[in-house]
Design a protein around this ligand. Structure first.
Ligand code: KG4
Ligand code: ZN
Length: 348
């Protein structure tokens, strides 16, 4: 069967087609188009919701059209669309478009939780197609690390999900972005902080690792942002000039170290607690190579015999392929009249 996925929860406008057959444990990606309004938001330090939605209105039909032109299939079985969480104006663009297409083509709609999408990005077979030597074995633990969320989720099998813990304040990606702003970096800052951290001096700064020693699987990142702010103010007072490039690299390195240390520690504790056989990473921050390496290393060191999975980079950040993949595994068709956007959607 072929599923058309539509994703417009934040600043991306994306459409994708996946192919899968009943009983498959992964799906094949046939086409995935992503158009982003990020350049409009880079200087303002965050998404401007109205601009994001206006751009999505412009691009949604061309993006779907191009996705369909990329594949040679006779028909699609269903339309999968992100219904939340996200920005209401942005979500509505995708949801209303999906409803219109479902009505016109007489196809069912499968409403998808965007957060599930970041998990199911791990179930999309790699491109270019290569035989995957390791298949996800259950039970599994998923770490979702995106701009808006940081959650640990237990997976009993490929369709049963149970929320374990989440952040008490800022998300990991949000921490990267807010600290990036303090350092004068464009939004979103995560990928750039990773790049700058490579030439940073790891020993120059040390930031607190929130909740690191606390007996909880929760996360908290807002204190880290405050610690970096204090350090930046202190440096400015002492040096009386803008931060040098090297100082920005050193601060990036310390920021990344602090965020990753907490993510890895809580993930490993949860993985042991739930005796999982696989750990899945997902969301924009999962594109961070140091995070992936640290999770692998810590799993080895703690003799946790779990396989580590992470999506290809283009599937870590928001895309419609992961929404179509989720629809395949969570297949819950709903009549188009009953579909509504829900900006506050979380885990059941
Ligand atoms: O999943 P995503 O595309 O959007 C949300 O659903 O929020 O994630 C975007 C987030 C941003 O906060 C961005 O700074 C972060 O992912 N990000 C990274 C990297 N690439 C993107 N954070 C750390 N390292 C990266 N390489
Ligand atoms: Zn996302």
């Amino acid at each position: 069967m072929h599923i058309l996925g539509i994703e417009t929860s934040c600043d991306e406008t994306s459409a994708a087609i996946i192919e899968a057959h009943k009983g498959d444990n992964q799906v094949k990606l046939l086409s995935n188009i992503v158009s982003s309004s990020i350049p409009f938001h880079a200087k303002t330090g965050g998404i401007i919701p109205e601009i994001a939605a206006r751009e999505q209105l412009k691009y949604i039909l061309p993006v779907i059209d191009q996705t369909l032109k990329n594949v040679h299939i006779s028909e699609i079985a269903a339309i999968a669309v992100t219904v939340g969480p996200g920005l209401i104006g942005s979500l509505l663009v995708g949801v209303e478009t999906a409803k219109t297409l479902a009505w016109m083509w007489n196809k069912p709609i499968i409403p998808v939780n965007h957060l599930y999408g970041h998990i199911y990005a791990n179930f999309i077979s790699p491109l270019p197609a290569v035989a995957r030597d390791n298949i996800i074995i259950f039970p599994a633990l998923a770490l979702i690390v995106s701009g808006g969320h940081t959650d640990l989720v237990f997976m009993k099998n490929c369709s049963t999900l149970q929320w374990v813990s989440g952040t008490r304040d800022d998300a990991a990606g949000e921490a990267f972005d807010k600290i990036g702003r303090l350092l004068g970096l464009p939004y979103p800052a995560g990928a750039l902080i990773e790049k700058l951290a490579k030439t940073g001096n790891q020993k120059r700064f040390h930031f607190p690792r929130p909740l690191f020693y606390k007996d909880t699987l929760d996360f908290s990142f807002s204190g880290l942002k405050t610690a970096v702010l204090r350090e930046v103010e202190e440096l400015y007072k002492r040096e009386g000039k803008p931060l040098s490039h090297q100082t920005i690299c050193d601060l990036s390195c310390a920021t990344q170290d602090a965020i990753i240390a907490v993510l890895v520690k809580k993930t490993l504790i949860a993985a042991k607690k739930y005796q999982v056989k696989s750990i899945l990473l997902g969301g924009g921050v999962a594109a961070n190579q140091t995070l992936v390496e640290q999770v692998k290393l810590s799993a080895l060191r703690s003799a946790l015999y779990a396989k580590i999975f992470f999506p290809q980079k283009f599937l870590c950040t928001d895309n419609a392929a992961m929404i179509a993949a989720t629809a395949f595994f969570q297949n819950k068709e709903v009549p188009w009249k009953d579909i509504t956007a829900n900006p506050e959607l979380y885990f059941d």
